[in-house]
Design a protein around this ligand. Sequence first.
Ligand code: ARG
Length: 435
Amino acid sequence: MKLWAGRFSKEVDKKTNDFNSSIATDSRMYAQDINGSIAHVTMLAAQGIIPKEDGSAIAAELAKIKEEIADGALAIDPNAEDIHTFIEQTLTERLGDVGKRLHTGRSRNDQVALDVRLYLRDECDEVLNLINGLINSLETKGEENAHAIMPGYTHLQRAQPITFKAHLSAYVEMLKRDLGRVEDAKKRMNSSPLGSGALAGTTYPIDRAMTASLLGFDSFTKSTLDGVADRDFCVELASALSLVMVHLSRMCEEIILWCSWEFKFVELDDAFSTGSSIMPQKKNPDIAELVRGKSGRVFGDLMTLLTVLKGLPLAYNKDMQEDKDAIFDAFDTVKICLTTLIPMIDTMKVIPENMRKAAAGGFINATDCADFLVSKGLPFRDAYKATGELVALCIKTGKTLEALEIEEYKNICELFDDGVYEAIKLENCVKRRGM
Ligand code: ARG
């Protein structure tokens, strides 16, 4: 039986029912739905809108239903229209007329807007914890390799010497901003829509501040239409999560490169790599590749949410039921990626010798060589040109800057002296840059 069966003379068509139902997606919000209902019914009783005994009976039975769903004693009906319907119907089957009082002064529209916020609030906390976990792992890996010198790149061409720690620190900073973005979106989302009703509030003397505070909200939504009609918090979160995935994807791309024989800067633990069914020698960084690939899902989720909302007249429209699939998928994806990446990074072996070898080629100390001439009084542009000529000479003769004789330096610029060899030592190059 539908909640709204009164006006209808027929049961809904089976396929239509399946199409319309959101139970497969929203059943995961059962605890939030029940917590919201308990707060609502507590307020109804406190305001004298329903009898106190009924309020207590409903709250107690809802708590029981929550426990039974949690331990598997009560199975959620996959044919129910949505989780709100299923819980209210179960309550009414058990309490009869008393159960029917629960929905006084409320609509599924403010109920679902509430449930999603409550659910996403917890999801934010989980994601924040995981991002912090990855930050810790990257900081630890960086500390362990604080003196490992590698080439820093621009255009994927060897550019200037850096430490592995400095490289990882860049990702730490990106992830810290990600934390800020999720926290910020969470704060803005933390306003209770309960009491918005279908769209125009209610005529009952409800206490919106009370339900908001019972549920840990900072405030309640001022406009009842806005309370039920907007899902901008889903968009904000999906956008913050998209950036998380951009950062994870870039990091994974580098790990994939570093695992190749061409680089071999790192080696992933066997537990976080996979083999090939035909090539016995292969050890593939599938996890990193999958994270890179899964970033697309989250960007897609963001696009879904924007598109769902863009043409909707106020207030609630059924289109908005699509919000949950998108935002839940975004959170699921980010969580599984972070959960897998953290131990992969923790167990990743760094090979500083190979980084050092790569750093020794590619003339990545050329800027420092030019800076040496600047310290002798030459304008930078002239120093740049002289060093360029030195590099050209090295390429022609198959030498490195370190291997050139002092006469060769002096032939190109007489300001050079023996001090240049100290100036272009990679260790000194990174030290001078405060790495
Ligand atoms: N399953 C619906 C959703 O997720 C719940 C709200 C239904 N409201 C309505 N008026 N049909 O949006």
